[in-house]
Design a protein around this ligand. Structure first.
Ligand code: GLU
Length: 379
């Protein structure tokens, strides 16, 4: 099976684990390693790829500043550590990227930001804006407010959600292991590295075992969970050894690692999700001009909407019906129902007058829309 090449990817999420970034004995960032990684990221960025970093390390850095003892932390202590460590973590990334003329933007997310559709839309738009301005989002969980019920807890799955949310085509998990072995390598000296996983099935999951290292929460199991999220969101994922210097460049040069392949693309996966798994909360009736425009690939603008039905919120799924009442698609709506009714039939200038200039202009963005012709839409 032919392996993907790093230079084919346009939007790449790189997840960096705590044990790579933080020197355990000193409780400090491994500066040389980080700067070499920043060189790798700058190379991707320079050739035009969008780069997003999901960085752990807040708790590991904060606990050493606070002088907390080794071993498992109570939730409050890990939250306090994250509060202290996140400041340092953000600064270190901002400086390392700035030295390479790249602007960093910090984003702290909680589970709800990727699970609730309205917040999901908001977080995604912020990411899009940063990327459009060529900034590199540096993302972590907002550990200080995330209690055990509402947290990811590990940055592997968080990174996979970010990859899906940002429609990334590649997720790189930099880890302290080269990839997935056919048996946990710690107890099986003869274990073999698996170079490529075409599909995650029960056999693959069984290989993952359960181990996690002391600083990072995610063992191989959470990486496999991340793989399921990423590949069903249309992104390939690669697990690679981050302990070496320039770990991303090494992947490009063919270092041993494990690729998890997706059969899809981010756009197709997203449209499928919209077409198949969401319950519509309302209906937009649109005119013929707008119907032709969206079939030709445009976003749905308020000007083409003739009528709004239902009590939906921003980010909910709504049906799109043409003048004859036929369903021509569905999508995530950019306005709640009362606002949608106020802006329908209006052009962008009028909307700016009604709602203020800072409002978005699309009723449904084209990336958030699945047309009936694309998929069999189930009612
Ligand atoms: N969000 C945690 C931190 O920044 C790390 C979670 C993980 O290691 O997966 O320290």
């Amino acid at each position: 099976m032919e392996l993907p090449r790093l230079d084919q990817f346009k939007r790449i999420v790189i997840k960096v684990g705590s044990s790579l970034l933080v020197d355990r004995s000193l409780g400090k960032v491994k500066r040389d390693w980080l700067h070499a990684l920043a060189d790798d990221l700058a190379d991707l960025h320079r050739r035009g790829a969008d780069v997003l970093v999901v960085s752990s390390g807040a708790v590991a850095l904060g606990r050493s500043v606070l002088g907390l003892p080794a071993g498992a932390l109570k939730l409050e202590d890990s939250q306090a550590s994250a509060a202290v460590g996140q400041i340092a973590l953000a600064r270190i990334w901002a400086e390392a990227l700035a030295e390479r003329k790249i602007v960093a933007g910090q984003i702290l997310v909680t589970l709800g930001d990727t699970e609730e559709r309205r917040r999901y839309l908001n977080a995604r738009e912020t990411l899009e804006r940063l990327l459009a301005m060529r900034a590199v989002p540096v993302i972590n969980e907002n550990d200080t407010v995330a209690t055990s019920e509402i947290r990811y807890g590990d940055n592997d799955r968080l990174a996979a959600r970010v990859a899906t949310m940002a429609s990334a085509d590649l997720l790189i998990l930099l880890s302290d292991i080269e990839g997935l072995y056919d048996a946990p390598p710690a107890d099986n000296p003869g274990a073999k590295l698996i170079p490529v996983v075409a599909r995650i099935n029960a056999e693959i999951e069984a290989m993952a075992g359960g181990a996690a290292s002391e600083l990072s929460r995610g063992g191989m199991q959470t990486k496999i969970e991340a793989g399921k999220i990423a590949t069903s969101g249309g992104a390939h994922m690669v697990i690679a050894d981050g302990r070496q210097i320039n770990p991303v460049a090494r992947i490009g040069a063919g270092a041993p690692c494990t690729w998890f392949l997706t059969p899809s693309t981010p756009v197709t996966a997203r449209k499928k999700w919209i077409a198949g798994s969401l319950v519509p909360r309302g209906v937009l009736h649109i005119d013929d001009g707008a119907a032709r425009a969206i079939i030709a690939g445009a976003s749905l603008l308020p000007a083409g909407v003739k009528n709004v039905e239902g009590d939906f919120s921003r980010g909910d799924c709504v049906l799109i019906r043409n003048g004859l009442g036929g369903e021509i698609g569905r999508g995530l709506v950019g306005f709640d129902a009362p606002r949608a009714a106020r802006v329908m039939g209006r052009n962008s200038r009028e909307i700016a007058q009604i709602l203020g200039a800072e409002e978005r202009v699309e009723m449904i963005h084209r990336d958030d829309m699945a047309l009936a012709g694309d998929f069999s839409v189930e009612g």
